[in-house]
Design a protein around this ligand. Structure first.
Ligand code: UDX
Length: 431
């Protein structure tokens, strides 16, 4: 099938690569000429494991091509998948201007009477968007509108796209479902065929629910901290109940990224448009907003005033295996520590270039050990494997005082305590 994927962000690139790997002839489109030229040379604008090799191979095989012109290489496609950004506007609502601009441009470009084609919305769009797009295209009976949200996680985006937990297809016609059956013919994942509004709601509800699990545990971590319980063990005990499930129960410094913060906010705004208060989702957002400052408030009791103290920050991206720092807890941590007059030395395996653009004046080091050297305290913000498996003897020798704050609850608390470290996690600590 000839498929055009519009947008070359995380979702767009991964969708293009995974569909090409499943045998479709894919053209990936972006108006950013510079980005397209880089992609044509095999250079990825994002850091994502395994994607670079797949991209080069598929280009060489002729399965995947890149163009900056919708009117050029892409217009022969029968399916157009929109993966453009839907950033939050100043009120938190999803800004749909890229979606509508792209679709208007596409409708102008492709001739009528040339067979039926599908316009697929994969960008995260609020409930009612597919219906609005269908209204916009009401004079184009040859274009059928489909909502097909994406559930991929950064860092494992390619795997998630090739083996999605589910494929949700919202359409208002059998023709729409048939298009998507063909697109996903090579995928064995369960498929849910439903309405536009249900498909759109599933995406927001899924992200809000996952964020709820995290904020629930983060709030509980505050109680565990005061009541002398270990939130990790509590999570383990809860997770053994299959109705609860073991995933997304890890307390820490809070969630970040391009999805949970934006999508919870947008869902609350959509609800308000419908005169509904989503009080649970609002609390989820509030717990996440305050979690980094709650966590950092432990530092002065250990170190005294932070003015002039050297604090090592390990991990800056919002999660491991990505260079993405959007809404990362590290941003608010750096801001608070700077305001308190601390000297910050930071290390991340992939996200330092991005962080340098936001905070050019903190000290960036080329290894965890260099960042830790003579630190008064070390804080783990992202559980990159190399930052979880540290040589603790070396860490102890290098640090000025052996104070560890584990913002992801992944360091080996008991053995660290035995080695003489002061260990504080979120809702777990050495006595
Ligand atoms: C998320 C959803 O998982 C994905 O389905 C959706 O399509 C996009 O949003 P992503 O943002 O890539 O994906 O990351 P995810 O792995 O879900 O983690 C989000 C944040 O939650 C990270 O900051 C992570 O550190 C945090 N997290 C996750 C926790 O704090 N605790 C957990 O138990 C799990």
């Amino acid at each position: 099938m000839k498929i055009a994927v519009i947008g070359t962000g995380y979702v767009g690139l991964t969708t293009a690569v995974s569909l090409a790997m499943r045998g479709h002839e894919v053209t990936s489109v972006d108006i950013d000429q510079n980005k397209i030229e880089q992609l044509q040379r095999g250079i990825l604008p994002i850091y994502e494991p395994d994607m670079d090799l797949a991209l080069i191979t598929l280009q060489q095989q002729g399965q995947l091509q890149f163009t900056s012109s919708l009117t050029g290489g892409a217009k022969d496609a029968t399916v157009f998948i929109f993966c453009v950004g839907t950033p939050a506007d100043e009120t938190g609502k999803a800004d749909l201007s890229y979606v509508f601009q792209g679709i208007t441009e596409l409708a102008r470009t492709i001739p009528q009477g040339d067979g039926t084609r599908a316009i697929v919305l994969k960008s995260t769009c609020p409930i009612g968007t597919a219906s609005r797009v269908a209204d916009l295209l009401s004079n184009r009976t040859d274009l059928t509108v489909i909502s097909n949200p994406e559930f991929l996680r950064e860092g494992s985006a390619l795997y998630d796209s090739l083996y999605p937990s589910r494929i949700v297809i919202g359409a208002d016609s059998q023709a729409g479902y048939r298009f998507m059956e063909e697109v996903y013919a090579g995928f064995s994942s369960p498929k849910l065929f439903t309405t536009w509004n249900n498909a759109e709601m599933i995406k927001y509800a899924s992200n809000a629910f996952l964020a709820t699990k995290i904020s629930f545990m983060n709030e509980l971590s505050r109680l565990c901290d005061s009541a002398n319980a270990d939130v990790s063990v509590v999570a383990e005990g809860m997770g053994l109940d299959s109705r609860i499930g073991a995933e997304f129960l890890r307390a820490g410094i809070g969630y970040g990224g391009s999805c949970f913060p934006k999508d919870t906010h947008a869902l609350v705004q959509t609800a308000r448009d419908h005169q509904v208060e989503l009080s649970i989702v609002q609390s989820v957002m509030e717990v996440n907003r305050t979690q980094p400052s709650w966590f950092l408030s432990k530092l002065p009791s250990l170190l005294g005033p932070l003015q002039g103290k050297k604090i090592a920050l390990l991990g800056l991206s919002f999660k491991p295996n990505t260079d993405d720092i959007r809404e990362a807890p590290s941003l608010s941590v750096i801001k608070s520590l700077r305001e308190a007059g601390a000297i910050i030395s930071a290390y991340d395996p992939a996200a330092m270039e991005n962080m340098k653009r936001v905070f050019p004046d903190i000290q960036f080091e080329n290894s965890a050990y260099n960042a830790i050297a003579s630190a008064d305290a070390t804080i783990l913000l992202t559980e990159w494997k190399e930052l979880v498996d540290l040589d603790w003897r070396r860490v102890k020798q290098l640090m000025k005082s052996p104070v560890l704050l584990d913002g992801r609850n992944v360091w080996p608390m008991k053995s660290l305590a035995q080695m003489g470290f002061t260990y504080i996690g979120a809702g777990r600590r050495t006595s």
